[in-house]
Design a protein around this ligand. Structure first.
Ligand SMILES: NC(=O)CC[C@H](N)C(=O)O
Length: 329
């Protein structure tokens, strides 16, 4: 095989080791990439696979600094023609954030595929080796090019844009509630069934290679009788943007509406999102967005909206332009 697949390892359960094969308790991120690869010798029949350790963390510790490092490294690998495709091993907790961040910042149509596992390497029926093998199959396939950054888990391929971790422990945790998987992996082959329309980093106006720091965007959450304490604390911390995970179609009570309206008036970008698991947040539904100066997230969940807003704020502070980004990416 002459397709060159570079694996960038960041840690997660796929690199997790537990005390025994039957106990779920373990520590994430311990095993180096070479050890993960040695569990799947057949992987070298699929492609010319090499590994590179970027981090060794549980993905709850993923940071903007590491995101910048991964995105810049990927752009460099493709620019220098060091590989034809990339697989990233990653903890599952924030994998959906990293997949969207990279979708928006990688400047190549070549395949970039994230994977991970729910069971540590030491467990019975560990899902890591199979997921790693499948991810290399996906990355090595010419069919995977031009689809944006992908997530390959549990024999399904998702767009890095709309995939989300839907279950705290199940091996079928990765889902896209509105759109489902875009492809399926089986028997060492991948087949695709749909494309994601939204734009990727290849046409984005921000240049991640020149960015060293991102604007600060935080997330507040709505629930019955929620006080505005969180929103007010973010305003006090001088954030650049607030994603508000409202109820239903991005709704909030009066306490939070007043606080968010004041935040927007002071120049903070306020984006209405939803704590629901699926669907869109639409302009001018129950909330008069023009009156309060809010924008809406469309179908992105709060953690993904935060990423788009951080990147978009590096190029503009204009509300209508920012809103347009949410309908484009
Ligand atoms: N299944 C997992 O990967 C979870 C382990 C850890 N919390 C992480 O996200 O890296």
């Amino acid at each position: 095989q002459n397709v060159r697949v570079k694996i960038l390892a960041t840690g997660g359960t796929i690199a997790g080791a537990g005390a025994s094969s039957t106990r779920a308790a373990y520590k994430a991120g311990e095993l180096p990439i070479d050890q993960l690869l040695s569990a799947v010798p057949d992987i070298h029949k699929v492609a010319k696979v090499t590994g590179e350790q970027i981090a060794s963390i549980g993905s709850q510790d993923m940071s903007i600094d590491i995101w910048l490092k991964i995105a810049k490294r990927i752009n460099e690998i493709f620019k220098n023609n060091e590989a034809d495709a990339i697989v990233i091993t990653h903890g599952t907790d924030t994998q959906e954030e990293t997949s969207y961040f990279l979708r928006l910042t990688v400047k190549s149509d070549k395949p970039v595929v994230l994977t991970g596992s729910m069971r540590p390497a030491t467990a019975i029926s560990a899902d890591g080796p199979k997921n790693l093998y499948d991810a290399v199959v996906v990355a090595a396939s010419p069919k995977s090019a031009g689809r944006g950054v992908l997530v390959s888990m549990n024999e399904m391929v998702f767009s890095g844009r709309d995939v989300t971790k839907s279950n705290s422990t199940s091996t079928s945790t990765f889902q896209s509630a509105d759109f489902g998987p875009i492809g399926l992996v089986y028997d060492g082959m991948v087949e695709y069934y749909r494309k994601t329309e939204r734009l990727t980093g290849t046409s984005a106006p921000w240049d991640i290679d020149k960015i060293t720091k991102l604007p600060r965007v935080d997330i507040a959450y709505m629930y019955a009788d929620a006080p505005a304490t969180a929103v007010n604390a973010f305003v006090k911390a001088k954030v650049d943007g607030i994603i508000f995970a409202g109820v239903g179609n991005g709704n909030m009570n009066k306490a939070n509406l007043d606080a968010l309206a004041a935040a927007a008036k002071s120049g903070i970008i306020v984006c209405r999102d939803s704590r629901t698991y699926s669907g869109r947040v639409t302009l001018h539904d129950e909330v008069d967005d023009d009156k309060y100066g809010f924008i809406v997230s469309d179908d992105l969940n709060a953690q993904k909206s935060r990423i788009l807003l951080m990147l978009a704020l590096t190029v503009t502070k204009d509300r209508s332009k920012l809103q347009e980004f949410f309908f484009t990416y």
